[in-house]
Design a protein around this ligand. Structure first.
Ligand code: NAD
Length: 282
């Protein structure tokens, strides 16, 4: 990847811009409209939202006010856990489109798998949800479909369906590389998106990462984002500050050496959210 507008090609050939703008913890309101417009102004063309974030109305407003052609943008949303199941998913999707005031989504994801800790029939719940998403895809309402926080055993059931997932959005950052799932996704043509690529801010004060970043005259945030890209994952950093959101795009003018990649890849777990998809209670 050489520039912000380069893209990954999904298994159905649809192109997805290689760096996305995360929007968790930004709620409907003027400050979110202005943050999204700033993000579009500095060059992001890929916006990651979810019904759960309660900001789809403001994202839609910012898109309309930006004047950027819809076809130049890539918009993702996700079905939340209390909307799982066939009928609920169809309704949730219609609501997301209505809030965004868009005619289609580029990508729609199951936000979290039904967890084994909470549901005996977790596989069936995931399959029913997925069936609705496949139908929406075949009707042309979504250009690409996928999941989020799915581990290998969650993915295996969906791989046997008519349209397997094209994307898996996972928590990925130094110290939490999730090599098993990355390997499975790589073999099955599932692009991995990295949520929390900065460890939700917790990577930024790590001395080892700071020392490596300094060698390239880059910030730790830029190092983490570049590390995600060089591992073949699509980072989704979030910042509402115009300076930082721009800083997070300046990751295409350097390359992390093989030795430094290996050193970061081998870092022990730290700074993770602690959310295990089989154990969460939502
Ligand atoms: P992140 O790793 O992007 O970190 C965000 C934090 O880092 C914020 O506090 C921000 O102010 C700070 N930050 C950003 N850039 C910085 C910079 N250059 N210098 C210093 N500080 C900086 O965490 P996130 O927002 O949790 O994750 C990114 C996106 O991934 C979300 O916004 C959301 O779109 C998505 N996400 C998805 C899931 C999921 O379950 N699928 C879960 C969490 C997040």
């Amino acid at each position: 990847m050489r520039k912000l507008t380069d893209s990954f090609r999904l298994s159905n050939e649809y192109e997805i811009p290689c760096l996305g703008y995360g929007t968790w913890d930004m709620f409907n309101g003027d400050s979110t409209v202005s943050a999204i417009k700033n993000a579009l102004h500095v060059g992001y063309r890929h916006i990651d939202t979810a019904a759960f974030y309660k900001n789809e109305k403001s994202i839609g407003k910012a898109i309309r006010e930006s004047g950027i052609d819809r076809s130049a943008l890539f918009v993702t949303s996700k079905v939340w856990t209390n909307d799982r199941g066939y009928e609920n998913t169809k309704r949730a999707f219609a609501k997301s489109l209505d809030e965004l005031k868009l005619e289609y989504l580029d990508l729609y994801l199951i936000h979290w798998p039904a967890s084994a800790a909470k549901y005996a029939d977790w596989e069936k719940i995931n399959l029913d949800t997925w069936k609705a998403i496949i139908e929406l895809y075949k009707e042309g309402n979504i250009k690409a479909i996928g999941v989020s926080n799915f581990l290998v055993h969650h993915l295996e059931a969906l791989m046997r369906t008519e349209v397997p997932p094209m994307v898996n959005q996972l928590e990925i950052h130094p110290g939490h590389m999730q090599k098993d799932i990355l390997g499975f996704c790589g073999k099955n043509e599932i692009l991995v998106e990295a949520w929390g690529p900065l460890g939700q801010g917790k990577m930024l004060s790590d001395p080892k990462l700071a020392a490596i970043a300094a060698k390239y005259q880059k910030s730790v945030a830029q190092l983490c984002i570049r590390w995600c890209l060089q591992n073949g994952t699509l980072p989704l950093p979030k910042s509402s500050s115009p300076t930082r959101m721009e800083e997070n795009t300046l990751v295409f003018d350097f390359s992390i050496s093989e030795g430094d990649m290996e050193e970061i890849n081998a870092m022990p777990y730290f700074g993770g959210s602690g959310q295990h998809p089989d154990e969460v209670d939502f």
